[in-house]
Write a protein that binds this ligand. Structure first.
Ligand SMILES: [Zn+2]
Ligand SMILES: [Zn+2]
Length: 188
């Protein structure tokens, strides 16, 4: 960037001590809202600290309407340093590539589910994640824990009768469940 040129064309206000004959810069302020930036918050050489505070004042966070993506330099919502599309690309690159497991599939980084790979391709998806399939399950331990927490302090599972019958009934119930739930993972 050339001397005197800033991201929105207005130079930072440089604050100096009124009684300093050398006019040594102390703080830098946004020319629009007056928001102050101190070199003291940066860890760098004296020169770099002042440069950083000056740049922060000239590219004031309060006055800025958007950020610039650190990868493709497009407009990015405040609060993000990288745009959604570059973040998606980074997540995709970080994802482990695994062989087709026959489905079901989840849109990569999304929440659309597909039985067949062709359906995902028809929906315009380039990458899908394999899914974990789960079925409704009752864990007998949860039931015993809940019962015991309402009993006297030293109560144990030995104080309950007919646990084997309950275990068998729960086991039969669990085995009868056919309704699948699909959860996409972070692979591709
Ligand atoms: Zn400002
Ligand atoms: Zn980007």
């Amino acid at each position: 960037m050339a001397e005197g040129q800033t991201t929105h064309g207005i130079e930072a206000i440089v604050l100096v001590r009124a009684d300093d004959p050398d006019k040594k810069p102390i703080l830098y302020a946004c020319p629009k809202c007056g928001g102050l930036n101190s070199p003291a918050i940066y860890i760098a050489t004296e020169e770099r600290k002042h440069q950083a505070a000056r740049e922060a004042a000239e590219n004031c966070y309060t006055c800025r309407t958007h950020n610039t993506c650190d990868t493709c330099e497009c407009e990015t919502p405040k609060g993000w340093t990288r745009c959604e599309s570059c973040r998606f690309k980074a997540r995709l690159e970080a994802a482990v590539e695994v062989p087709d497991d026959g489905g079901p599939y989840c849109a990569f980084d999304g929440d659309e589910y597909f039985q067949e790979l062709d359906q995902a391709a028809d929906a315009g998806l380039e990458w899908v994640s394999p899914c974990d399939i789960t079925y409704p399950r009752i864990d007998p331990a949860d039931i015993y824990d809940s019962l015991l927490s309402d009993m006297h302090e030293d109560a144990s599972i030995d104080d309950l009768n007919a646990t084997a019958a309950l275990d068998a009934a729960i086991d039969a119930f669990n085995k009868a469940q056919t309704q699948q739930s699909w959860f996409g993972d972070v692979k591709r």
